[in-house]
Design a protein around this ligand. Structure first.
Ligand code: 9MR
Length: 443
């Protein structure tokens, strides 16, 4: 669980002078870290040598063992553990200053038959489950940053999946699993993880209500993972709003298994579409403050589950089978590129009172990018000359300290193309006179 804050700080300082070419060469993990998120990948322990290991170590700030921490891998026979693959991934992460997403403690799939086919009373199964959690999360205590404690608990309609756990224990198994994980590794962030919960809909509504119930019971759920196994051209329009509504419950969110599959063969046109799709997912995470990071489910097409599970489809990851970056890689890098504040003199700003009544008024402020490059972030400042107070604002975050007012963007109007404008408004209170500010500055 190493942190690379110094690298992030250095990158942030360098960002002010970075040319696009330099940004393109910066490892994805450093670009992500400078923007406050991690970029991770699933890996296969047995492949962590040569070029595969070089790319995984250099470009990604977090690793998830694709299969090596699953119950069937680590405890194929009751009480007989095989940690070899999981140990290898954790050691690789530590050698490369990476975080680890542990995946996964309780899941209905890749479960050893002694668990799935056993005949259990509720008490027996609960003990089997919490013993397993204690053994695995305990072994990696302090070395796993995020645990997928329970994976895929829901049916497509948002109801509880009738896995051996759900059928035998009901929903209570989820609370028990999280409590056991917290006891085994108090420092790890504990996640509930599922697929097809990326858009707002029946299944994500089910997850939302489940998380709400768990939090109300004091269950230590720290985060919700959205797998995001997506189809080309179908990044859900509601992804960002969905992440935000979970974050508003007071949990972290993360994209945990991103891939974007396409019908083979891959063409330039499809790869271009995929680039835009990867960028859209990254943007959604960046826009939500509590989005901790994005993990791709395999970084190379040579290590992707898609061709085996969806015959005729593939090319779902950011690197091709020969470890060459695909357009999706540039889509990720471009979206994670440093945000540089605009240089002075590249924007203009106007202020107009659109209506006024006794004691109150509404004003509109319009900011224009007068430069030739896109503005990635902006701030408008002014001084209220006659004691006016801002009471409510829209389309920007407006704060007032004394007479000084500062307006900053919302996620959807942060970026301003050359020649583009952003308008925001506010209501204010006034007494005596209501003169406009002498000057407004934008940076
Ligand atoms: O990538 C994993 C693949 O190698 C396995 O064969 C498969 C078995 O179900 O599991 C894959 O990973 C899954 C992950 O653990 C949970 N979400 C769905 C992933 C793709 O199936």
């Amino acid at each position: 669980m190493l942190r690379r804050l110094t690298a992030a700080a250095a990158l942030l300082a360098a960002a002010l002078t970075a040319t696009p070419a330099a940004a393109a060469d910066t490892p994805l993990r450093d670009l992500a870290e400078a923007r406050g998120i991690y970029l991770g990948t699933a890996v296969t322990a047995g492949k962590l040598t040569g070029g595969y290991a070089d790319v995984a170590g250099a470009q990604f700030g977090s690793v998830t063992p694709g299969n090596e921490m699953k119950w069937g891998s680590v405890e194929p026979t009751r009480g007989a553990y095989d940690w070899a693959g999981a140990d290898r991934v954790v050691a690789f992460a530590e050698a490369h200053g990476q975080q680890v997403r542990g995946h996964t403690l309780v899941w209905h799939s890749q479960l050893p038959s002694w668990v799935s086919d056993g005949t259990w009373t509720a008490d027996q199964l609960r003990t089997v489950m919490t013993d397993h959690i204690a053994a695995e999360a305990g072994r990696y205590k302090g070395r796993v940053d995020h645990w997928d404690v329970v994976n895929e608990p829901l049916n497509e309609d948002g109801t509880l999946r009738q896995s051996v756990f759900g059928a035998t224990l009901g929903e209570s198994y989820i609370a028990d699993a999280f409590r056991a994980a917290r006891a085994a590794d108090p420092a790890a962030k504990l996640y509930l993880n599922d697929y097809s919960t990326d858009a707002i809909g029946a299944k994500s509504d089910g997850m939302y209500n489940l998380v709400k119930r768990l939090l109300a019971q004091g269950v230590p759920v720290d985060g919700v993972g959205f797998q995001a196994h997506l189809i080309l051209g179908q990044v859900p329009a509601s992804l960002e709003a969905n992440l935000r509504r979970f974050a508003d419950l007071g949990v972290d969110v993360a994209i945990t298994e991103l891939d974007i599959r396409m019908p083979l063969p891959a063409t330039a046109e499809k790869l271009d579409r995929q680039k835009a799709d990867y960028a859209a997912v990254l943007r959604a995470c960046l826009a939500v403050t509590r989005c901790a990071g994005v993990t791709v489910w395999g970084f190379t097409d040579s290590d992707s589950w898609i061709p085996d599970f969806f015959p005729g489809e593939g090319a779902a990851t950011p690197y091709d089978e020969n470890l060459n970056p695909k357009p999706a890689h540039a889509g990720i890098a471009g979206t994670l590129a440093p945000v540089t504040p605009p240089a002075p003199g590249v924007c203009s700003v106007t202020y107009a009172v659109s209506s006024q009544w006794t004691g109150g008024f509404t004003a509109q402020v319009t900011l224009r990018n007068t430069g030739t490059a896109a503005l990635a972030g902006w701030t408008v400042r002014w001084t209220q000359p006659a004691g006016q107070r801002v009471t409510q604002a829209w389309n920007a975050t407006v704060t007032q300290t004394g007479a000084e007012v500062t307006a900053t963007p919302l996620p959807y109007n942060t970026t301003l193309p050359p020649g583009g404008t952003v308008s925001f408004g506010f209501n204010g209170a006034w007494t005596g006179t209501n003169p406009p500010p002498a000057a407004l500055t934008c940076t």
